[in-house]
Design a protein around this ligand. Structure first.
Ligand SMILES: Nc1ncnc2c1ncn2[C@@H]1O[C@H](COP(=O)(O)OP(=O)(O)OP(=O)(O)O)[C@@H](O)[C@H]1O
Length: 227
C-alpha cells in the first residue's frame, strides 16, 4: 500500500532575477512501512524536499498525497492538525521548546490537539528512549543525544503515518548516532511506520530499504537496497 505519493514537484525560491530552483519535477511513491534514505550533495534539494513532504513548505508546483490526502489542498488550520497527527518531523538541531520539560516536549503535539495523554504509553516511550529519569528536565539540562531522543519521542508519540528526519545524527558522535538510528529503525519495523531520512552518512543510507539520490533538484537515482 502506498502511503506517500509526490507528483511533479517543483520548488522555486526567490523572485525575478534571483531565483533558485531547489526542486525540479520530482515524482515518486513510498510504500507503507518503507525506510527510505535521501542522499545527495549539499544544495541538491534534500531539506527542501523533506519540508515539502512534511507539509511545512508549499511547493511551487506539483502535489503531495499522504495516505490519499492531497496535503496542500487543505487550508492552513486543517493542515496544521493533519501535520501533528500524521507526520513526525525530526531535525538535526532537535527543535525542542526550551521552556518545556521532557514530558511536555514529547506530549505537546497531542496536547495542542486537546488529546489525552496515555500515561502507560508515555512511560513505555520514555523507557524505550532511556529517558525515564529525565521527565522533568529542561532541554538545556540534557546531552545532545538525550535531546535528540526527546525530539524522536515527540515525533513518534502520536504514532504518525510518516516520520521525516533531516540529518538526525548530524550533530552526534558515533555512539549516539547508532542509538538514534536504531530507535528510528525499531519504530519503523515495530509499528510499520514509514521512515524517510536525509543523511550524508553512507553507512546509515545503506541500512534503508531504498536510497533516493538528488542532484540539482532532480531525482537521479532511486535504488532498492533490500526488498
Ligand atoms: N529559504 C530559501 N531561500 C532561498 N533559497 C533557498 C532557501 N532554502 C534553500 N534554498 C536553496 O535551495 C537549494 C536547495 O537547498 P536545500 O537546503 O534543500 O539543499 P540540501 O540538499 O538540503 O543541502 P544541505 O545538504 O547543504 O543541507 C540550495 O541552492 C539553497 O541555497
Amino acid at each position: 500500500m502506498e502511503i506517500l505519493k509526490v507528483e511533479n514537484l517543483s520548488k522555486i525560491y526567490g523572485k525575478g532575477d534571483i531565483q533558485v530552483k531547489a526542486l525540479d519535477d520530482v515524482s515518486f511513491s513510498v510504500k507503507k512501512g518503507e525506510f527510505v534514505a535521501i542522499v545527495g550533495a549539499s544544495g541538491s534539494g534534500k531539506s527542501t524536499l523533506l519540508h515539502v513532504l512534511g507539509g511545512v513548505d508549499r511547493p511551487t508546483n506539483g502535489k503531495v498525497f499522504i495516505d490519499g490526502t492531497d496535503v496542500y489542498e487543505m487550508n492552513e488550520s486543517k493542515l496544521a492538525i493533519f501535520r501533528r497527527r500524521q507526520i513526525g518531523l525530526i531535525y538535526q538541531f532537535y527543535n525542542l521548546i526550551p521552556i518545556l520539560n521532557v514530558e511536555e516536549n514529547i506530549t505537546l503535539p497531542l496536547l495542542l490537539d486537546e488529546g489525552e495523554v496515555d500515561k502507560d504509553q508515555l512511560s513505555d516511550i520514555l523507557a524505550t528512549l532511556n529517558l525515564s529519569n529525565r521527565l522533568h528536565h529542561l532541554p538545556n539540562e540534557l546531552s545532545g543525544g538525550q535531546q535528540q531522543r526527546v525530539s524522536i519521542g515527540r515525533a513518534l508519540f502520536n504514532k504518525p503515518a510518516l516520520v521525516l528526519a533531516d540529518e538526525p545524527t548530524g550533530n552526534l558522535d558515533s555512539k549516539n548516532s547508532k542509538e538514534i538510528i536504531d530507535l528510528l529503525k525499531y519504530s519503523n519495523k515495530q509499528y510499520n511506520q514509514t521512515l524517510i531520512i536525509i543523511t550524508h552518512d553512507h553507512q546509515i543510507a545503506l541500512q534503508a530499504d531504498r536510497m533516493i539520490t538528488l542532484d540539482d533538484g532532480h531525482v537521479i537515482k532511486d535504488e532498492v537496497i533490500r526488498g
